[in-house]
Design a protein around this ligand. Structure first.
Ligand code: NAP
Length: 456
């Protein structure tokens, strides 16, 4: 790289996308410094606050992020909200390059009557609540009803359905918040119904996650064999799709199971869409319509409603039909897709030309798809684009320095949580979990998190 001074890069968002981009930048054969900017006092994004607490193996990827955080040139700037504490324009002036990796902040809507009745929740809020996200601890999920409905057939829907079914013994060794453990264990729920709008062959969930539903201590998985009968087009599609074949095999084994003594049932339904959420002042039932699958002319089978309807009484609904990205003022944004328009990670201006020095990666780049590891490849592509711009001279170090960033944040009274501050939070949480055989007991209020960080 030309010049003496290092390239200073701000990566915004410290989830897997942000950490993989940071790791890739710091591994480059060039002097690069990265400030990893995060709205929360804690890093790791959905690895801390999205991945289900009973999936410690998936959360173990945080060890990779811990190693990245120890590399020379790394700084964590937690509790800094881009858009509120510092604007996009200011970041671009303070750094040589900015990589946006702030994920998809909200949920997709169903667009049906009754969606906003009390008792109808976005799954994302339930997930944030049981994982100890400090912005969601005030929520009160009434789990006293007998039946819960989870709309959607992705891995988040599976997580929510499974979490609702876990027993005290299954939850105790996890870092689920104590409030969530008490609520789930004490819940009146006897049946959890998951609704897939298309058939078993089109389900988005992955086979290991589906298999786990068959191993729950306190809930029996129930599948009606009639709902596994395939139409001709699905049968044809199945032949070339090992993922769908494996799922179908597991579902068929579930359909053969005999009723068990387990206190809860987890029922998987297919080709069923909610058309209305009903209730007098709060959720009392969901009206569903039976769908059939029709080719859309582009190789995809889509759900088309029939005349067959059914009403399922229930007391709570979790809508789990995907996430949706939200923009930050000043950055070009495609509202319909919920992503930053980009070419291989180079953000694009409204006229389609590359926006100098602005990049993106992860869900805000490609949409809310893929598993954690998908973000590694994605970040590699973005960082390769950034380094190519350095190599061809279109992105050069400008002599930007960390002191200017610190001065601006100090002037605005922003209480930045440094890497040492996060390590103090981490140590306090792990120490609280250790005597109980739990990985950690999370601090889940802003006061508790910032208080622990101050102890650094
Ligand atoms: P997803 O995988 O995109 O699934 C969304 C589901 O919602 C699909 O089944 C979709 O059905 C359904 N849907 C969309 N609109 C609907 C509507 N109007 N009515 C009824 N159903 C509707 O999204 P996700 O579950 O939020 O997960 C996001 C990403 O995170 C995924 O890539 C997922 O694999 C990943 N993740 C992974 C894990 C894990 O590895 N354990 C855990 C959690 C999340 P159609 O297919 O018909 O559109």
């Amino acid at each position: 790289m030309a010049g003496e001074s290092p390239l200073r890069v701000a990566v915004v968002g410290s989830g897997p996308a942000g950490f993989y981009a940071t790791g890739s930048l710091l591994a480059a054969d060039a002097p690069i410094e990265v400030d990893l900017i995060e709205r929360l006092p804690t890093p790791w994004g959905l690895v801390r606050l999205g991945v289900a607490p009973d999936h410690p193996n998936i959360k173990a990827v945080s060890r990779v992020f811990e190693k990245t955080a120890q590399k020379p040139g790394f700084r964590f700037l937690g509790n800094v909200d881009v858009g509120r504490d510092v604007s996009h324009e200011e970041l671009v002036a303070l750094y040589d390059a900015v990589v946006y990796a702030f994920g998809a902040q909200t949920d997709r809507r169903l667009g049906i009557p009754g969606e906003d009745l009390p008792g109808s929740w976005p799954a994302t809020e339930f997930v944030a609540w049981y994982n100890g996200h400090p912005d969601f601890q005030h929520l009160a999920f009434d789990l006293s009803c007998e039946r819960a409905i989870v709309v959607g057939n992705g891995n988040v829907a599976v997580d929510v359905a499974r979490m609702l079914a876990l027993t005290d013994e299954e939850l105790a060794p996890t870092d689920t918040t104590d409030a969530a453990i008490a609520a789930i264990v004490g819940a009146g729920i006897r049946e959890i119904v998951m609704l897939g709008r298309r058939g078993p062959v089109q389900a988005a969930f992955t086979t290991p996650e589906l298999l786990e539903l068959g191993e729950l201590a306190g809930a029996e998985v129930v599948v009606d064999p009639a709902e596994l009968e395939l139409d001709a087009a699905s049968e044809e599609h199945l032949a070339g799709d090992t993922h769908a074949m494996r799922n179908l095999e597991v579902l068929r084994s579930y359909a053969e199971r005999q009723p068990s003594e387990k206190p809860r049932a987890l029922r998987l339904r297919f080709c069923a869409s909610p058309v209305e959420i009903r209730g007098d002042g709060r959720v009392e039932a969901v009206e569903i319509v039976r769908n059939r699958l029709v080719p859309d002319g582009r190789g995809v089978l889509r759900a088309e409603p029939t005349d067959v309807r059914e009403t399922i009484p229930c007391g709570i609904v979790f809508r789990s039909v995907g996430y949706h990205g939200v923009g930050i003022p000043g950055i070009p944004f495609d509202e319909a897709r919920g992503t930053i328009p980009n070419d291989c990670g180079r953000a694009l201006a409204d006229d389609g030309s590359p926006l100098p020095r602005v990049y993106c990666t992860g869900w805000i780049k490609r949409g809310p798809t893929g598993v954690i590891g998908t973000n590694k490849k994605d970040a590699t592509e973005t960082v390769a684009a950034l380094l190519a711009d350095v190599a061809d001279g279109s992105l050069l170090p400008s002599g930007a320095d960390a002191a200017a960033v610190d001065a601006l944040l100090a002037e605005r009274g922003v209480e930045v949580v440094s890497q040492a501050g996060w390590e103090a939070i981490d140590a306090a949480e792990r120490a609280a979990g250790e005597p109980h055989g739990r990985p950690r007991v999370k601090l889940c209020t802003w006061d508790a998190l910032l208080g622990a960080a101050r102890g650094a």
